[in-house]
Design a protein around this ligand. Structure first.
Ligand code: R2B
Ligand code: URA
Length: 447
């Protein structure tokens, strides 16, 4: 936690008892006996709508065998519930509303944990919401890697006459990975990408259908394309502030999980039937709950290293340095030649002799002759001494794992064989998993 950024001068007086804190918008104070029952809180889950908060609390209670759901008395602004270690709180729409809820929740957490920064840091935060997809159809689930404003700059506020306060909008990468891993076998379409938070649903989301509109179809399309090219995958209204404030205090585990209601590349109006929209939002809840079950209840349904008849412990011991591979693949992105797709890809691998090799995609004006990052990595392998590939990591422009295309699986198989490990969006897999019933060098042996 970032001690210097916490307003301890004020908050410690509440702990000492010389002041009572009024969490005015949540409708409760630090003297309320109800709060005593929240001291064991392990996660704070927020959503825009109060109705969703009620549903989340019901679901979480059911998952935990039906413990009591505690309700905060005031519901005029926000709806707040607590059950089985999780505080569920609504925040309304937009950053001005959500920042009020968040600041009161952060203050309350400090009070609940008696100012113990380690205990506070163990708490997981999430916002679960809806959004407009950027190049993604309705019903996708986006786990945000970064929250940015509509100009792709981080969240900022006026600093009384002296300039601006800037906030870091990044979401912790390890939490994103864990959420993706917890959903690996869920069948849900989960992607990670940057998220833009618009201050106005219409104007700062470049809609043409508002009561006021400054855009033309051309400026709207150009903005959305610019977002897409910069790795943005969805648009909502709170994420830049949320990540900014949680980073400011230095929390290590927080995330934003939003369902897309439409593909903004195809339109402005949300026209799907209410049942369809409900079904879309339900997906983001399921993604969150799979993670909560895995991380809080230890009900890990996935996140397994494939065994392939081997002792999983042996595989774990031989675990490659995935973080080093990831960093190398991310730095290879800088060598990508992708002027046509604007979709850089980096790849990195270890050989059986411990050599680290890498490559990036190389496009061609003919399009069809484009070389994937894995092709260039394998050329690198052969050109610099060869060897067998033991572990490979490919990343997209956001540094998230990317699954090799069919052709590249064949190339990787040739140089790594069935036991080569591959990092995928669903966790580590073997080549045998990724290319079942392969054709390989062995098939030519009898010829
Ligand atoms: C997503 O949906 C709401 C607007 O419809 C807003 O709160 C958001 O971030
Ligand atoms: N929420 C938003 O903020 N934007 C959309 O397009 C859809 C939901």
């Amino acid at each position: 936690m970032n001690t210097k950024n916490i307003n301890r001068a004020c908050l410690d007086r509440i702990l000492e008892g010389s002041r009572t804190d009024a969490y005015y918008h949540l409708g409760i104070s630090s003297k309320d006996p109800l709060l005593e029952r929240l001291r064991g809180v392990r996660a704070i889950i927020t959503a825009g709508s109060g109705e969703r908060i009620r549903e989340f609390a019901e679901h979480w209670s059911t998952v935990n065998g039906g413990p009591e759901i505690l309700a905060f008395p005031k519901e005029e602004r926000f709806v707040t519930r607590y059950t089985a270690g999780i505080l569920f709180a609504s925040h309304g729409m937009g950053m001005p509303s959500a920042s009020i809820a968040l600041q009161e929740l952060m203050r309350m957490l400090y009070f609940l944990k008696g100012g113990d920064l380690d205990a506070m840091d163990e708490v997981f935060w999430a916002r679960v919401g809806t959004s407009g997809g950027v190049g993604l159809p309705g019903g996708s689930v986006v786990i945000s890697s970064e929250g940015l404003m509509a100009d792709l700059k981080p969240y900022r506020l006026l600093q009384g006459g002296h300039g601006e306060y800037w906030f870091d909008g990044s979401f912790p990468a390890s939490t994103i990975q864990d959420i993706i891993a917890a959903n690996a076998d869920s069948g849900l379409s989960v992607v990670s990408g940057k998220t833009v938070a618009g201050n106005d649903f219409f104007l700062e989301q470049f809609r043409l259908d508002g009561a006021i509109s400054f855009e033309t179809p051309e400026t709207r399309t150009a903005w959305l394309q610019w977002l897409y090219d910069n790795g943005v995958r969805n648009i909502e209204m709170e994420g830049a502030m949320l990540a900014g404030y949680l980073n400011h205090w230095g929390f290590s585990r927080f995330a934003m999980i939003c369902a897309t209601l439409l593909n903004r590349m195809e339109g402005d109006q949300v026209t799907s039937a209410p049942e369809q929209l409900q079904h879309y939002s339900e997906k983001s809840r399921m993604v969150l709950f799979n993670y909560l079950k895995a991380s809080l209840l230890g009900q890990s349904q996935v996140h397994t290293v494939p065994v392939d008849g081997k002792d999983p412990e042996m595989i774990k011991q031989a675990e490659p340095d995935w973080e080093r591979l990831r960093r190398t693949a991310v730095s290879a992105l800088g060598n990508s030649y992708s002027p046509y797709s604007h979709f850089p890809v980096g790849a990195a691998g270890f050989t059986d002799k411990g050599r680290l090799i890498w490559g990036a995609n190389v496009e061609n004006a003919s399009f069809g002759l484009t070389l994937c990052a894995e092709c260039s990595m394998i050329s690198h392998l052969c050109a610099t001494g060869g060897g067998r590939l033991t572990a490979v990591y490919c990343v997209n422009g956001q540094g998230q794992p990317l699954t090799p295309c069919g052709r590249c699986r064949q190339l990787l198989y040739e140089h790594g064989g069935p036991d080569m490990l591959l990092m995928t969006p669903q966790g580590v897999r073997t080549m045998a998993d990724m290319l079942p019933q392969p054709f390989g060098p062995g098939d030519l042996e009898d010829c």
